[in-house]
Design a binder for this molecule. Structure first.
Ligand code: GRF
Length: 203
């Protein structure tokens, strides 16, 4: 199977997935990484691994639909069984999501349904929650609300600020995202309504 990953920044989640795949020798092809701007640091990591790296500048597209159409064409040209959003900071159009639904996943730095949207760590601190975390989910047309594949929770500690909390959540992201991707590749995820059932490993 092949994976195309979409990033916007440093791509640390993408890196965690690639390194886990290498360590565990997954039978997978990383067909390409696409960033929405050429300055995304994750593109350098992709090149260092010999993974085809592309930038599709969203600023060069007058509409969201035009950008998504270019993105969709590139992903289909590369060929992908799974599209992984890893720190991808663009809202995707319904047409794009419908095209990839069921094989499009994302990681969100909060324990969904808590704190959908942006600035999740500041909001968690503001709300005074004792625990926070990350969620891997299938992408559906609503933002940050698709069926959840897995979550990791981390404690909010006294003295935490957004940066210390974000770092603790990010470390947890790097643990659960590779696991979720592998479950998908192994065909163990079944969407039942808005739930995901993880099937037992092949006996
Ligand atoms: C992470 O917090 C992730 O949850 C969010 O984007 C941030 C950066 O991710 N979606 P990465 O380092 O670019 O993978």
């Amino acid at each position: 199977p092949s994976i195309v990953t979409l990033i916007s920044g440093r791509g640390s989640n993408f890196e965690a997935i690639v390194k886990t795949a290498q360590k565990e020798q997954w039978p997978v092809t990383f067909a390409g990484v696409i960033a929405n701007h050429s300055a995304a640091k994750g593109l350098d990591f992709a090149r260092s691994q010999g993974i085809p790296a592309f930038a599709i500048e969203h600023r060069e597209h007058a509409t969201r639909e035009s950008f998504d159409a270019a993105l969709m064409a590139k992903i289909d040209e590369l060929g992908s069984d799974l599209v992984v959003l890893a720190g991808f900071m663009r809202i995707l159009t319904p047409g794009f999501i419908r095209h990839f639904e069921g094989r499009l996943i994302n990681i969100h730095p909060a324990l969904l349904p808590a704190f959908p949207g942006l600035h999740t760590h500041e909001r968690a601190l503001e709300a005074g929650v004792a625990e926070h975390g990350a969620s891997v989910h299938f992408v559906t047309e609503g933002v940050d609300e698709g069926p959840i594949i897995c979550q990791a929770s981390v404690p909010v500690l006294p003295g935490d600020d957004a940066d210390s909390l974000a770092a603790r959540v990010l470390a947890a992201e790097h643990q659960i995202y590779p696991r979720a991707v592998k479950w998908f590749l192994d065909g163990r995820l079944r969407i039942v309504g808005n739930q995901v059932q993880v099937q037992p490993p092949e006996s």
